[in-house]
Design a protein around this ligand. Structure first.
Ligand code: SGN
Ligand code: CA
Length: 512
């Protein structure tokens, strides 16, 4: 009798629920996060690119959402990755510059997802020095990685794989998806090397943009009046690009080789297969020869360098676009799209000749911004443009909330889930905090921190200089006029300074 009573108690909840049985648990959403290295929004057609077409990346935006105001907290690779993982600003996660070693004992979203039953994987660039933690599977390229025949460290084992980095990373991502445990939700991070310097395209993209003359940004010949730190940088297309390594122009055979030329040729000879090298030299030998026959001078040389740079940069993006298309097709064919969030972003923005520059680091718009597009699972209904200001510290709390995990208090980012649901939150952040620390270092960009609202930006360059800059982004979207000494903007400046102090307090930024 006792036994029967026990059985009755067990069955009672089922009987109450009726014949249909208990409601099945809603399926947990999968996450595919694709991040490139240095992909400027100016080179994504969904963002209005004037210089290339990215139909596969655009597909993500067309079928989902595109963030029109997406920013990073520190425009440089490793700190950006640490912010992604921890949901915290650089001072709070300890990863202020590329030289740091990531403290992998920290709380990160992949660790928390894994604890919540997700299968987690990381493929591609990592750059955080310590070994990845929180992943069931990881296969990373050491340091910056190599475009051709890259080395991988796969769960501690190092080997070299023949082929082109963007394609191999995509193959590995698809390969991992195919063998995963289909009973569990998953989170896959696909971190491309491209389009990082020195912009080496795949052999199949070497004909692309042949003979194209790209439009030149209006401020390519910027003279940096009123902007001391901008004048001190070493990331000028005209002055700091290397003819061989960056622009693939080499001296005539028999000429004495420069040091960088020797390194560049050594890479071609040591790393590439004979077939890859042949295809490469077929393209770049003729460009070098044309250059030597009629070497441009002065402004013409500057414009030649810009055009050469953009040609190769965009060729590497062609491969990213094509391979992202392959990954989307795979997800579609595998029936995964309905239940998967697909994110496309970059670790930060980049200069494509604006202010005369390549590289990133500055809090000016081109590098402070980063592309961010998402294809949403069926349960999230937002569509089209999202105009709220978002930042890369927001990704971790977003992914956690989507997985039904409460983001820890210590995360400083804000979950984007309300925006993904198509809601228009009344109270959204009205200001962003930014802080760049890597100086002294390559490219000589001075340390600075600042605040950006929807209309204004206040920056303080410090350390070996002490310069404040103020921009009215509506009147001056390209940040050419520093208004810090303009009395007409005194009130604006005062308000921004106050807000900046408050933001630094909110984020617990230590006084440097
Ligand atoms: C390399 C590049 C730099 C670049 C840094 C950081 N120089 O050092 O131009 O700014 O990486 O890039 S190179 O001569 O080695 O190509 S980051 O994406 O890792 O932050
Ligand atoms: Ca980068």
């Amino acid at each position: 009798m006792k036994k029967l009573k026990g059985l009755f108690l067990i069955l009672l909840p089922l009987m109450i629920l009726g014949c249909s049985g208990p409601e099945p648990e809603p399926l947990k959403l999968n996450i595919v996060y694709i991040m490139t290295d240095d992909h400027a929004y100016q080179a994504v057609s969904a963002y209005g690119s004037q210089i290339n077409k990215t139909p596969n990346l655009d597909r993500i935006a067309e079928e989902g959402i595109i963030f029109r105001n997406s920013f990073v907290c520190n425009s440089i690779c490793a700190p950006s990755r640490a912010a992604l993982l921890t949901g915290k600003h650089s001072h709070a996660n300890g990863h202020r510059d590329n030289r740091a070693r990531f403290d992998s004992s920290q709380v990160t979203f992949p660790k928390m997802l894994r604890e919540a039953g997700y299968q987690t994987a990381l493929i591609g660039k990592w750059h955080l020095k310590s070994e990845p933690t929180g992943f069931d599977y990881w296969s990373i390229v050491p340091g910056q990685g190599s475009y051709y025949n890259p080395d991988f460290i796969e769960m501690g084992r190092t080997y070299r794989q023949t082929g082109y980095a963007t394609t191999i990373i995509t193959d590995k991502a698809i390969g991992w998806l195919e063998q995963r445990d289909t009973t569990k939700p998953f989170c896959l991070l696909v971190h491309h090397k491209a389009p990082h310097r020195n912009w080496m395209p795949d052999t199949c993209d070497l004909d692309l943009f042949d003979g194209t003359e790209f439009p030149v940004p209006d401020n390519f010949f910027d003279t940096y009046e009123g902007r001391a730190a901008a004048g001190l940088q070493e990331m000028s297309v005209i002055r700091d690009m290397r003819m061989s390594y960056d622009l693939k122009i080499t001296s005539a055979q028999g000429d004495s080789l420069t040091r960088t030329e020797q390194d560049y040729l050594w890479y071609l000879n040591r790393r590439m297969t004979p077939e890859q090298r042949e295809a490469w030299l077929k393209e770049y030998d003729s460009i070098s020869e044309a250059y030597r026959t009629n070497p441009p001078q002065g402004d013409e040389l500057a414009l030649f360098k810009l055009n050469r740079y953009l040609t190769d940069y965009l060729r590497t993006i062609e491969s990213v676009d094509r391979n992202t298309g392959r990954l989307l097709d795979y997800l579609e064919e595998a029936g995964l799209l309905e239940n998967t969030l697909v994110v496309y972003t970059s670790d930060q923005g980049f200069y494509l000749g604006e202010h005369g520059w390549f590289d990133k680091r500055f809090m000016y718009e081109e590098s402070f911004r980063t592309p961010l597009m998402m294809r949403l699972p069926e349960s999230l209904t937002a569509h089209g443009d999202i105009t709220e200001m978002v930042q890369n510290i927001d990704y971790a709390p977003t992914f956690l909330e989507l997985a039904g995990v409460k983001p820890p208090e210590e995360m400083q980012g804000v979950s984007l889930v309300p925006l993904l649901k198509g809601e228009k939150p009344k109270k959204w952040r009205d200001a962003l905090y930014y802080h760049y620390y890597e100086y002294p270092a390559e490219h000589a960009v001075r340390r600075h921190y600042g605040i950006r609202t929807d209309r204004y930006k206040l920056i303080h360059f410090y350390n070996d200089i002490d310069q404040w800059e103020l921009y009215d982004l509506t009147a001056d979207p390209h940040e050419m006029y520093n208004l810090i000494d303009d009395p007409a903007y005194d009130r604006v400046e005062k308000k921004l300074r106050k807000k900046l102090v408050a933001l630094r307090k909110e984020y617990n930024v230590p006084e440097d």
